[in-house]
Write a protein that binds this ligand. Structure first.
Ligand code: MG
Length: 323
């Protein structure tokens, strides 16, 4: 079990306004404080010369350049993207969702994630997620049915299952998916190893539930390949380098008739609020990261009837905690 995730906050200042960005770096993607600091220094040198207020064209051009500074570094790139967008919104005095014409009434309800754990811990965690109307349950354990039975003894909320690349054997997976459907599961995420697209395609063809790519889908360039192997993609800012590419990925997935989930790593309210700006464009919202940490420097986003609330505050709508 993971007890912490490396994260780095970045700020961009312009004429007394500050934009916040965040790089959240789970260990399996290989970014560290050192790699992020080195990348952000390079990015800062490029951004220092920007004098004029931001515009969509300028943001696109800057992000294109910054993406080319070095390969990888997706989370560090996301930090720059998020800070630029927050600052742009603050310069406009408007929230990003307003600038982009996104309808907040289309916000899907949010899910709360439970990792693989003992029945006692699962029951405790269920209580912590009481404000969320949907559960996201991590499977890929030795006893996946046992985990779902434990959940079902305590809750009848709809369930998303994230197998986290943990399943092997196509027939066994398909049997399990049918069983999960009978137990109120609504979708399956990343059933097999990220590179095993053949098994994903096999299951997608037969599954009664939609099958989503998470680890198999990082950036927009992965979309053509995964489109034929999954029903949907889990778009995360930390994988796809931020809001700019996330918006393009969501649109491109729609064009391919794919379903879209917007997800997160373990993140503060900064990156979660950024993802929330585009969440109404998606079918499923899994943005609970900032509810799972103890040292969030920002106030939590509002939740109403299990839906993330978009406010009228400019940019990401962040509020630095006062106490
Ligand atoms: Mg996942």
């Amino acid at each position: 079990m993971r007890t912490h995730t490396n994260a780095m906050l970045a700020t961009l200042s312009w004429n007394g306004l500050t934009g916040y960005g965040e790089a959240a770096m789970p260990p399996y993607y290989g970014e560290t404080h050192q790699t992020a600091a080195a990348f952000l220094e390079m990015a800062a040198r490029r951004l220092q010369s920007v004098q004029q207020p931001l515009s969509p064209a300028l943001i696109d051009a800057l992000l294109h350049e910054i993406d080319g500074l070095a390969p990888g570094n997706h989370a560090a790139k996301a930090a720059v993207d998020i800070a630029l967008h927050d600052l742009w919104g603050r310069q406009q005095g408007k929230p990003l969702w307003t600038i982009w014409g996104i309808d907040p009434d289309r916000m899907p309800p949010g899910s709360f994630t439970l990792g693989i754990d003992t029945p006692e811990v699962l029951r405790e965690k269920l209580l912590e997620g009481a404000d969320f109307p949907i559960l996201k349950i991590k499977l890929g354990s030795d006893d996946d049915r046992g985990i779902i039975r434990t959940i079902r003894e305590a809750s009848d909320k709809p369930i998303y299952v994230d197998a986290n690349q943990g399943w092997t054997g196509r027939e066994a997976a398909l049997d399990l998916v049918y069983w999960l459907q009978e137990h109120g599961v609504q979708l399956i995420e990343q059933p097999f190893h990220k590179n095993d697209l053949e098994s994903a395609a096999w299951l997608t063809e037969r599954s009664p539930l939609p099958v989503f790519a998470d680890e198999s889908f990082q950036r927009l360039t992965d979309l053509p390949l995964v489109a034929s192997c999954f029903h949907g993609v889990n778009v995360k800012l930390m994988k796809c380098t931020g809001l700019s590419e996330a918006r393009r990925a969501i649109a491109a997935a729609r064009q391919k008739n794919m379903q879209v989930m917007i997800g997160c790593m373990t993140e503060t309210s900064c990156a979660i609020s950024a993802a929330a700006q585009v969440a109404p464009l998606c079918d499923f919202v899994d943005l609970d990261g900032c509810w799972l940490i103890r040292n969030n420097p920002f106030d939590l986003p509002g939740l109403q009837e299990g839906k993330l609330q978009l406010t009228t505050l400019p940019g990401l709508g962040l509020h630095v905690k006062t106490s």
